[in-house]
Design a protein around this ligand. Structure first.
Ligand code: AAT
Length: 291
């Protein structure tokens, strides 16, 4: 550990640790679920850390939040009801709210401290909570989904932390089964699905489970986020049986209409990067397509 620097050390990426220079620690606390820290970095703006793992930085949060949201929502016509699991910072809500067809946005975040801290330190991210279509539920996403009536949502976005700690069950088969039930026929799910450089074994398990559960299509996409481990992060995108969804060819482009000016323009996502996100390196394609 280098004095004055934050290093992201975890058994999920043994032998490596990305570091950021710390200007000032702005908050340190312990919620019922995890350690929460906010610091001012020298080059990535403010940083939110949970249990020692970077959740977002002001500089590159756009890449993750825009991709995890618009990959699913631009792949179906007229999404109306959307559920977000995790995502207590509000960034995914901000992105969902750009879609004018959306009528209802539910979010279930386990940790109220994440919501409060985001409102205090990351107003441009937490702005997502200000949309009148949003209803916040504080609780475990697993339990919340079990109680959702069948066929409720057009899209479910699982913006979850890594599978060590409170998010562990969000990577397991019973959870994907509840997601599938909560979706309408031809509905879509997009889940945070780790890094092709570090976690092919986790990705492989998710793909196996999803192929059994989602009878529409099952796809893996990825993008660059410099402050996430290995600098990339992936997404599992699946649809339920029903009207077919071709994730690689978005039918509901957002580029031009871009909607809500108060949120500023999209910084990262566009239709070209949407399609490109599904191109996999050969070593990953071999594992993902073979399943
Ligand atoms: N948008 C920022 C990126 C995140 S946030 C992940 C959120 O998931 C956290 O706020 C955490 O409190 C919440 N969470 C964890 N477990 C649950 C659960 N069981 N139910 C509901 N919410 C939960 C993800 C960063 C990815 C980091 C990659 N290394």
């Amino acid at each position: 550990v280098i004095p004055g620097w934050f290093s992201e050390i975890s058994p999920m990426w043994p032998g490596e640790a990305h570091s950021l220079k710390v200007e000032k620690i702005l908050f340190q606390g312990k919620s019922d679920y995890q350690d929460v820290m906010v610091f001012q970095s020298s080059t990535y703006g403010k940083v939110l850390v949970l249990d020692g793992v970077i959740q977002l930085t002001e500089r590159d949060e756009c890449a993750y939040q825009e991709m995890i949201t618009h990959l699913p929502l631009c792949s179906i016509p007229n999404p109306k009801k959307v559920l977000v699991i995790g995502g207590g910072d509000g960034g995914v809500l901000r992105e969902v709210a750009r879609h004018s067809s959306v009528e209802q946005i539910d979010i279930c975040e386990i940790d109220k401290m994440v919501v409060d801290i985001s409102k205090q330190f990351f107003p441009e991210v937490a702005i997502g909570f200000e949309d009148p279509r949003v209803t916040l539920h504080i609780g475990d996403g697993v339990a919340f989904l079990k109680a959702v009536p069948e066929g409720t949502y057009d899209a479910v976005i699982v913006d979850s932390s890594d599978p060590i700690g409170p998010a562990q069950e969000l990577f397991e088969k019973p959870f994907f089964e509840s997601v599938s039930k909560a979706l309408r026929p031809g509905g879509v799910v997009c889940t945070q699905a780790e890094s092709i450089w570090l976690h092919m074994h986790i990705i492989e398990d998710i793909v196996v489970n999803c192929r059994q559960i989602f009878k529409g299509s099952v796809n893996y996409a990825w993008t660059t986020v410099p402050t996430y481990p290995s600098g990339v992060i992936g997404f599992m995108l699946c649809s339920t049986e029903g009207p077919p969804v071709d994730f690689k060819h978005p039918v509901n482009p957002i580029d031009a209409k871009d909607s809500n000016k108060s949120k500023g323009p999209l910084k990262f996502y566009n239709s070209e990067i949407h399609t490109a996100a599904f191109c996999l390196p050969s070593f990953a394609r071999k594992v993902i397509d073979a399943k």
